[in-house]
Design a protein around this ligand. Structure first.
Ligand SMILES: NC(=O)c1ccc[n+]([C@@H]2O[C@H](COP(=O)([O-])OP(=O)(O)OC[C@H]3O[C@@H](n4cnc5c(N)ncnc54)[C@H](O)[C@@H]3O)[C@@H](O)[C@H]2O)c1
Ligand SMILES: [Zn+2]
Length: 357
């Protein structure tokens, strides 16, 4: 199975995508590293702790738990864990292994970014979403009361170990939520992946190993390429936000509880596709194919009772708003998107209404 390189000014590292990658985790811990802290949640540990525990059996390590849940992805638990690390002898030579879903990737990565002004982190993602997205690219952070991921830091890992075998215990809804980020990869940059997802939905939904490994590897390669050519949020990296401007508004509007991140992104992609069509960026034919692909992997939980006006107002507060102008990532054709600012509010409103239907 493949291994991909990420090369950024901050650091160069490998992403291994392989069944059994976790069993070889100890080999990725540098010899000179001090205390190893595995950061996870109790839920992840109950399902998959043995796998990493066995892999690290010969290497002294401690397991620390973060609370799970988007509403607990806050600064407080990060501070608590940092205190705990100091109490257990953590210092500048310590290393964090972030073992869990995207919440652990973000919080564990952020903890490593700020502990003693920065210690190395190895990302070992256990949800599909974290494997293809959250664990790659070095973005780490936590939420504020008033918005998602508003405190954070770029902190590239020293390695990312992606083991599709951990997905065996992932609940169906979480699995689908991760698939939406893979659909995103197909729409924005990978026409071959798009075609595969359209033709092989049964194998993908059944988590057949070959299908799973193929779609993970394609998505990881895409994200590694984008991040390598644009570590911070320049125009290229911005394409990864496809569906996210709308999606974040939906998550915020519903208090981060009603939709999983990937589900909100799926809805947001629908809105972006409608907007792309209404503003003349994408043909009706391609738009239909994209909407159909999202439908194939649905249904997205219903969006009943959500006000289009409220969502529009939220968009203006998204942190990707640059000087009051909302940037939208809009489809051009299958495998290509463009970043556009200054779209008429009337069209945005219409797109939201269409996506909500
Ligand atoms: N930093 C980034 O670039 C980036 C990108 C995308 C998303 N994110 C963040 O990721 C977060 C969402 O991540 P997520 O969807 O992975 O959610 P999550 O971390 O909450 O995990 C989802 C659920 O699955 C459980 N779980 C995890 N692995 C499991 C396994 N192998 N078997 C059984 N259960 C398992 C968890 O306990 C949790 O209940 C959001 O906070 C989002 O902002 C960050
Ligand atoms: Zn996302």
């Amino acid at each position: 199975m493949p291994s991909f390189r990420v090369e950024t000014p901050q650091r160069c590292y490998s992403i291994v995508v392989e069944r059994g990658a976790i069993a070889r985790a100890a080999a990725h811990v540098p010899e000179k590293a001090g205390k190893v802290f595995v950061v996870s949640t109790e839920d992840v540990w109950r399902h998959q702790g043995a796998r990493l525990g066995q892999a690290l059996a010969a290497r002294a390590h401690e397991v620390l738990f973060l609370p799970g849940g988007e509403d607990r992805k806050r600064l407080g638990p990060v501070e608590t864990l940092a205190e705990e690390m100091v109490m257990r002898g953590g210092d500048r030579s310590s290393l964090v292994i972030a073992y869990g879903g995207g919440i652990v990737s973000d919080m564990g990565g952020f903890l490593a970014a700020i502990f003693m002004r920065g210690i190395p982190v190895i990302q070992v993602p256990t949800t599909l979403l974290a494997q293809v997205d959250a664990s790659i690219g070095g973005k780490t952070g936590v939420n504020l009361q008033c918005g998602k991921n508003l405190i954070g830091s770029f902190h590239q890992p020293i390695a990312v170990l992606i083991d599709p075998a951990v997905l065996e215990t992932l609940p169906e809804r979480e699995y689908r939520a991760g698939l939406y980020e893979i659909l995103k990869a197909g729409i924005i940059r990978e026409p071959e992946l798009f075609r595969y997802l359209s033709e092989e939905s049964a194998a993908v939904l059944a988590r057949q190993p070959a299908a799973l490994e193929r779609i993970i590897a394609d998505s990881v390669r895409m994200k590694a390429e984008v991040v390598s050519s644009d570590e911070r949020e320049g125009d290229l990296r911005r394409i990864l936000n496809f569906g996210h401007t709308f999606g974040h508004a939906l998550e915020a509007e519903t208090g981060y509880t009603r939709f999983l991140h990937g589900e909100a992104v799926a809805w947001g992609m629908r809105a972006a596709i409608y907007l792309g069509e209404m503003s003349g960026h994408v043909s009706a034919e391609d738009a239909v194919d994209m909407l159909e692909l999202i439908r194939l992997y649905g249904p997205i939980p219903p969006v009943t009772g959500i006000s289009a006006e409220h969502l529009l107002r939220r968009l203006v507060h998204d942190k990707k708003t640059v000087q009051g102008r909302v940037h939208f990532v809009l489809p051009v054709r299958i495998g290509e998107v463009t970043v556009v600012a200054g779209i008429e509010e009337r069209l945005v409103m219409e797109a939201i209404r269409s996506a909500l239907q």
